[in-house]
Design a protein around this ligand. Structure first.
Ligand code: HEC
Length: 251
């Protein structure tokens, strides 16, 4: 039985590591989901740079306002720039939808544009943080750009003006007797409007917001968890004292 288990484990483990790694190193996303100021900045970046294509169709604008402490006025100033079908300004309680249809997206990008509400849960924060920072020039792609963690991606490099344009430095590796060219590292070929540190901080805020999107109640869940544990500890002590009191004359 033990031997069988070991065989199963040995056959599963290598596939698991391959699937997770994909051969590309993921950078640790320096995010703090309890930092609501960062989530607020990230929400603005998301609306400015992502919402034109991607929706977050399970999130309402005023939920973000409530969680990050924004007034309706601030919400209108910072996050809501769309109008509804009748041309009226989007209501503060609306879902974060975009006007682009799937048919249009298919024509423009050759694929549908995924909803990003749950993308942090599906891909993980480190994957997102690395993805958004590793676009590089590749003349063989229709957009002129490729990506380290999402090879042959059809999303344009929308943050290129901030980050600058990166070029790949290739190295030749021998894999199973065949020589293949792989990307060794990325180098900044043309600077953007931000320094590397500023851009990393910008993406961290954006990823922090996307993690929040995936589970808006996670901060409440955590603080409730702590309260439950404190309650259980106090209750435990009381129950113990009560038990001692009841049994005091029996012994
Ligand atoms: C011009 C349209 C456009 C904009 C703007 C845009 N994206 Fe994309 N994005 C796409 C398309 C198209 C895909 C699908 C890529 C594919 O399947 O090859 C995509 C894919 C993605 C994915 C991968 C989803 C998955 O798990 O497969 C993520 C994450 C993502 N985008 C995040 C963002 C973020 C964050 C922003 C804002 C900084 C952004 N995108 C802005 C068009 C866009």
């Amino acid at each position: 039985m033990k031997k069988q288990l070991l065989t199963i484990l040995m056959s599963v483990v290598p596939t698991v590591t391959l699937a997770a790694g994909g051969g590309v190193h993921l950078d640790d996303a320096p995010i703090d989901i309890a930092d609501m100021e960062s989530v607020k900045r990230g929400a603005k970046h998301f609306v400015d740079y992502c919402l034109s294509c991607h929706e977050a169709s399970y999130m309402r604008y005023n939920r973000i306002a409530m969680d990050t402490g924004m007034s309706d006025g601030e919400l209108r100033e910072n996050l809501i720039f769309t109008t509804n079908e009748k041309g009226e300004p989007t209501k503060v309680g609306s879902l974060m939808k975009v006007a682009m249809t799937d048919e249009y997206a298919k024509k423009a990008f050759g694929t549908e544009v995924p909803d990003l509400t749950l993308s942090a849960r599906a891909r993980g924060a480190d994957w997102l943080y690395t993805y958004l920072r590793t676009f590089y020039v590749d003349p063989n792609r229709p957009t002129g750009m490729n990506n380290l963690v999402f090879p042959d991606v059809s999303m344009p490099n929308v943050l290129g003006s901030l980050q600058g344009i990166q070029k790949a430095v290739y190295k030749t590796q021998t894999r199973q007797g065949v020589e293949v060219e792989t990307v060794d590292k990325l180098e900044l070929a043309q600077p953007g409007t931000m320094t590397a540190e500023e851009f990393d901080a910008f993406v961290a805020d954006l990823v922090n917001f996307m993690v929040y999107l995936g589970e808006p109640v996670q901060n409440e869940r955590r603080s409730l968890g702590v309260k439950v544990l404190i309650f259980l500890a106090i209750f435990g002590v009381l129950a113990y004292l009560l038990k001692k009191e009841y049994w005091k004359d029996v012994h």
